[in-house]
Design a protein around this ligand. Sequence first.
Ligand SMILES: Nc1ncnc2c1ncn2[C@@H]1O[C@H](COP(=O)(O)OP(=O)(O)OP(=O)(O)O)[C@@H](O)[C@H]1O
Ligand code: SF4
Ligand SMILES: [Mg+2]
Length: 366
Amino acid sequence: MSNPLLEVKDLHVEFDTYDGTAQVINGIDLIVERGETVAIVGESGCGKSVTVKTILGLLPEADISQGEILYKGENLLELSDAKRHARRGKEMSMIMQNPMSAINPVFTVGEQMLDVLKWQGQHRVGITDWVRDKFRSEAELRERAIDMLEQVDISAPERVFESYPVELSGGMRQRVLIAIALLLEPDFLIADEPGTALDVTTEANILELLDDIVEEHDTSVLYITHDLGVAREISDQLNVMYAGEIVETAPTETLFEDPQHPYTRGLLESIPQLSRGIGAGIPGKLPDYTDPPTGCRFADRCPHAETECREVVPHLRRTEPEHAAACHLFEGDPHLDRHQDAVTEFPYIGPPPWQADTDETEVDVR
Ligand SMILES: Nc1ncnc2c1ncn2[C@@H]1O[C@H](COP(=O)(O)OP(=O)(O)OP(=O)(O)O)[C@@H](O)[C@H]1O
Ligand code: SF4
Ligand SMILES: [Mg+2]
């Protein structure tokens, strides 16, 4: 039986805004198995960062109206703040989206690394521990930090250790962030678009590096990206997200061989225009989260939308043993247990028109 490291079940996240309640995350499910890299792909504003920040408990203003976040079988949403904080430091770590804002500009890289090594994961440190740590290990900790900078391929680690963030290039800062995230050898790493702020070559190097380190430390990774090419390179399992919902999930290669959801297909077809941002090649925009559609959230942009799509929510259906899509063009059993009873409500409007036209389903993105 599978024993996932992380299992998110039916997560709903809302925000109070001036325009009303924004229902951003609308019942998502995710599984990260041990040692596996899982990617979430979707256009800007679809809820990727809200999802991962909710997992880490970094959004105090969010209302988690429903759901469970099971980490090693324990629901993180039921833990006290202190326990959650401890988990975040020692077992889970995150590389933030923006390296400029994620590092504190007023401390040197070394000071920040030592700070993580000394305090992170310990909500309250007794004075005895503090004294012991201070006198026992300053040199040891420094050695460990410099060793980690070396592991992320920083060629002059001592110099970088003494530097302020402003003295480093963007690529170097991102490497420092990765080093910081890996300092405590977390079991679980969340990387939220770690390449966005970098040029293409640096991004490719960082990806390769991350891949190596993850393999070496057997870390499980949840990787957020708006770049399908990157997701294909790095992940074992791919989740396509649209407007706060997972609309398609499958092992990465399966998904590229047979993309099913009209949104996924739109993303793949718009790849040549990716410099304009993912999703830009699909006419229309994300729905208003304070007034989301009743049925399929993608209906206003979908070339195959029928009346039923606007009326009934398309739950994820299992279209192949390990492949599920949330779209009325597909038949199949409900992918999630909680939708078993709703099966009679699923209108089937398929088959997908492209299957009738051609047997060629693979869309090459590279
Ligand atoms: N604290 C907040 N209060 C209200 N709305 C929020 C808050 N944080 C995020 N949102 C909204 O939630 C939606 C999803 O945001 P999120 O940052 O998760 O997008 P994303 O998929 O990470 O996009 P990007 O690729 O640009 O980083 C957006 O409409 C955003 O405005
Ligand atoms: S359910 Fe309907 S509107 Fe939604 S993606 Fe499928 S065909 Fe398009
Ligand atoms: Mg984001």
